[in-house]
Structure formats: C-alpha cells, structure tokens
Design a protein around this ligand. Structure first.
Ligand SMILES: [Cu+2]
Length: 107
C-alpha cells in the first residue's frame, strides 16, 4: 500500500463507539494543540507535518512513539490514570500535555 493511502485510511478509521479521537499536529517545532483533554478509551493521533524527525515521549516513560518522520502518524489510546506530560526527546523545548478525565464518557 502506498504511504499516502495508509495515511488516508488512518484518518478515516472510525474510533470505538463513545470514544473520541483527538488530533495533534507536530509542526514548527511544537505540538498543537499543546493540551488535549481526553477520556480513557479516547485515541490521540499525532501527525508530523514538520520538516524534522520528532517523537512523542511521556515524561515518565509510559508512552513512546519512536521516530516520526515527516508525514508519519502515531496513535495512542488514552488509559485511565493521571494526566500526562510529554515531550520530544530530540527537542526538549517541545512539551505538551494530555489531561485525562476521571472516567469514560457516560459513566
Ligand atoms: Cu522534536
């Protein structure tokens, strides 16, 4: 499958019922939006639109994307637990946060 087709499929793939998908763009050496408010079971999709390789790494190590080249995406399913600060290990000024609500939607 051509890479762009995989990207289109990833963008169109429906999230599990009741769960939301949040999108974070990596561009201009920053994560946008910088804070995502999510519930357990939600997914977050990062897309690297920058010219440089970046990664998504939880400050406490519980989440690690590996290298994201330009155009690559990475998806993470939010787990119940404390809110999570993350950063790019290659560029320490790139910091952001996932604020995790206490319970899944409707519970
Ligand atoms: Cu980076």
């Amino acid at each position: 499958m051509k890479p762009w087709r995989a990207a289109v499929l990833a963008l169109c793939w429906p999230a599990a019922a009741g769960a939301a998908e949040h999108r974070v763009v990596i561009d201009g050496m920053a994560f946008t939006p910088r804070v995502v408010q999510a519930r357990p079971g939600d997914t977050i999709l990062w897309t690297n639109k920058d010219l440089f390789v970046h990664n998504v790494s939880a400050d406490k190590g519980s989440m690690q994307s590996g290298e994201l080249q330009t155009g690559q995406t990475w998806r993470y399913t939010v787990r119940a637990g404390p809110s999570m600060d993350y950063h790019c290990t290659l560029h320490p000024t790139m910091t952001a946060r996932i604020e995790v609500a206490a319970s899944p939607k409707g519970k």
